[in-house]
Design a protein around this ligand. Structure first.
Ligand code: ADP
Ligand code: MG
Length: 336
């Protein structure tokens, strides 16, 4: 039989392309409920990680930071007025204290007396001014001492609530978990606390949407993030995450330690930073500080960028640091 002759060079090209396509990593994806929201992990690799082990790891780490668990690291510190927590908990506490200093106490890891009072976990209730005054006196990060040996001392009546940084810290730990197991290209999204590592399928950037704070289905913009062998985090804090309404007013879960009330002025803050714990704490801090001072904190913080959406009388305005990779004009908000 006389088969038509196939050009040899073409055959070579086809074989090469087939080989390249079959070597291209797939994107494996898993979503589960964790840390009171959905936790999604995408991994670009030949084989997926052991999902059960990964999500068990995430839950174990989140538990250690949870003050509501009386035997967790933070639960124990609160119960015993201090102690020597495990190294990774101590490091997060030190970062929290550092951002508390830099934000002049707008971010305060001793916010527990106030968060307990507002009880957002149980649906929320409006406290009286007297109750707020009394709780406010038991919020002051500068009273928590960490000595050189890593022993923490918390004064009587004070307590830690790391809700403003813990989710970011756990995302960083999951990132370490994946790295240790040889995964280099992945995305972790813990309900708005996002970390990306490397690139997708060996070539494309991860594309991350920034949500519109007032229209849950709309996005303000899409940010391409990622770089081979490097990690970067992007975290959004919004007043739409957890709130209750009373007397026609909305009360949300990011509290201003100075007034004891939910911070006004801001609808959402998105921060890009090298680690998710720093991005998480900074986004809460900038939220409390408001547009001018919040942006100043982000401009001064090394390697951090931010986008802040402020609200006044129902009008939204966008504010951003110089390097935030989105054009404010494209958001259809005017910058003041
Ligand atoms: P989310 O967890 O919804 O993404 P945040 O990261 O901004 O939002 O954290 C909000 C949580 O941080 C609250 O539920 C509370 O536990 C804690 N928190 C509230 N106000 C402050 C504050 N001023 N400083 C530090 N932590 C805070
Ligand atoms: Mg935060």
């Amino acid at each position: 039989m006389n088969l038509p002759r196939f050009p040899r060079h073409l055959l070579f090209v086809i074989l090469l392309c087939t080989a390249l396509v079959s070597c291209r990593p797939s994107v494996h994806r898993e979503t589960r409920f964790s840390m009171s929201s959905t936790l999604t992990v995408l991994v670009s690799s030949q084989r997926p990680p052991d999902w059960q082990d990964l999500f068990d790891f995430a839950d174990r780490k989140a538990w250690e930071f949870d003050h509501r668990q009386k035997d967790s690291s933070i639960g124990k510190l609160n119960r015993e007025g201090g102690g020597k927590p495990p190294g990774e908990v101590l490091e997060v506490l030190k970062t929290a204290q550092r951002i508390a200093v830099l934000s002049d106490g707008a971010f305060d890891p001793t916010i527990l007396a106030l968060t307990d009072l507002w009880a957002f976990d149980g649906g929320g209730s409006l406290p009286t001014d007297e109750q707020i005054d009394s709780a406010r006196r038991r919020v002051d990060f500068s009273k928590v001492v960490i000595d050189k040996e890593g022993t923490v001392r918390i004064p009587e009546g004070f307590g830690l609530d790391l809700g403003g940084i813990a989710k970011g810290a756990v995302v960083d730990l999951i990132s370490g978990y994946l790295y240790e197991r040889g995964f280099k290209d992945f995305l972790i999204d813990a309900g708005g606390d996002i970390l990306v590592s490397g690139v997708k399928q060996g070539e494309t950037l991860w594309r991350i949407a920034v949500r519109h704070p007032r229209e849950s289905q709309a996005v303000l913009g899409v940010i391409p993030l990622g770089e081979k062998d490097s990690r970067i985090a992007m975290v959004t804090s919004g007043d739409y995450e957890r709130f209750f309404e009373s007397g026609g007013k909305r009360y949300h879960h990011i509290l201003d330690p100075r007034s004891g009330y939910p911070a006004g002025q801001v609808a959402s803050v998105t921060v890009i930073a090298p680690t998710c714990e720093v991005a998480d704490a900074l986004s809460t801090a900038a939220f409390v500080l408001g547009p001018e001072r919040g942006l100043k904190l982000l401009e001064e913080f090394p390697d951090a960028e931010g986008l802040l959406i402020a609200e006044e009388d129902g009008n939204l305005t966008a504010w951003k640091t110089k390097g935030f990779p989105i054009e404010v004009d494209s958001l259809r908000f005017g910058q003041e």
